[in-house]
Design a protein around this ligand. Structure first.
Ligand code: CIZ
Ligand code: SF4
Length: 321
């Protein structure tokens, strides 16, 4: 812990020296979120991270999250230096949606609007008409459907299926999923509810349909956080990355938050719900990126790619403004 405090102090000093602000995702380690809290940084979902970074007047953004979040920040703030603890922090949705294959799929259906989740590469965004996050996906698809538009949706099939069910929109779904959320199991959650009958079940829609079906609340990370504050329950079973517990517990110190059980675990697994790529945002990686940024830390997006990826991103920001 002494070493940990020393590293935190060093990071705080470096942030100040460099005029940098730390923007962290809800899924990062509590120590990283603490640092953001203590230094005037920001903790949020990917939509609000991007918005905050673009509005802030810091010269340097330190984006603690996964690669697509750094890229999105750079696309929205090309004049800023955007650094990440490591660009090797990937996302299974991004990896599961290579631009050549996705483009070829879209080319087969030229009459459909292409709607992609923010968890994609800049190149996939550039091929899209709309970018959405889980906070605004339902509203945007609803509005497209009301205009009579048919949709290609990528890459998360579970989120796509959830939106399709709730809007009735005509959607063709790309077949990819999040390795963290797809592991949550309805059976395990129901078993845990036997032990805590008063618990409310909060589910992120990247989870399988069977898990979404037994939820009390389905929503993005920010929506689940809000629900955990507003609901009168004392216990919550949470089917999303356990990194969110830092903010949930901070907002509701008296409440109890339990990880939703994952595959094969019955009600006993307590350590599965964490994204391995989010976990790469360590104090050491943060220190290194501030002390001597290398090509693994510096986020670059070419001008032409930026221009094409900005269009669908800006549409989302304008829609949700
Ligand atoms: O699962 C993710 O990576 C999420 C929830 C991203 C986001 O939009 O904040
Ligand atoms: Fe991607 Fe899932 Fe990790 Fe989010 S939790 S970054 S969707 S792999």
């Amino acid at each position: 812990p002494v070493e940990k405090e020393a590293k935190k102090t060093r990071i705080k000093n470096l942030l100040k020296e460099k005029g940098a602000v730390l923007v962290a995702h809800y899924y990062t380690d509590p120590v990283v979120q603490e640092l953001a809290d203590e230094t005037g940084g920001f903790i949020a979902d990917s939509l609000e991270m991007a918005r905050f970074g673009a509005r802030h007047d810091a010269e340097t953004l330190i984006v603690a999250g996964v690669r697509f979040m750094g890229e999105t920040s750079k696309i929205l703030s090309p004049e800023k230096q955007v650094l990440m603890p490591t660009i090797e922090a990937e996302c299974s949705l991004d990896l599961g949606c290579p631009v050549e294959e996705f483009s070829a799929f879209c080319d087969q259906y030229p009459d459909r609007e292409v709607v992609v989740y923010a968890n994609t590469s800049a190149a996939v965004k550039a091929r899209a008409d709309w970018v959405v996050t889980s906070s605004c996906a339902l509203d945007i698809v609803e509005s497209l459907d009301a205009q009579g538009k048919a949709i290609i949706w990528g890459p998360d099939k579970y989120l796509g299926s959830y939106i399709q069910k709730n809007t009735g929109a005509d959607m063709l779904l790309w077949d990819s999923s999040c390795i963290v959320h797809e592991e949550f199991k309805a059976k395990g959650i129901l078993d845990l509810k036997q032990v805590y009958p008063d618990a409310a079940v909060l589910v992120h829609p990247e989870s399988p349909d069977s898990v979404v079906d037994i939820a009390d609340v389905v929503g993005s990370t920010s929506q689940l956080l809000k629900a955990s504050q507003e609901m009168s329950n004392n216990t919550f079973i949470v089917a999303t990355d356990r990194g969110i517990f830092y903010k949930m517990q901070q907002a509701s110190p008296g409440k109890r938050f339990l990880e939703a059980p994952t595959a094969g675990s019955g009600a006993t697994c307590r350590s599965c719900a964490h994204c391995p790529w989010m976990a790469m945002n360590t104090l050491d990686a943060l220190l290194e990126c501030l002390e001597s940024p290398s090509e693994l830390n510096i986020i670059e997006v070419s001008d032409s790619l930026r221009e094409d990826a900005l269009r669908p991103l800006q549409r989302m920001l304008d829609f949700t403004a």
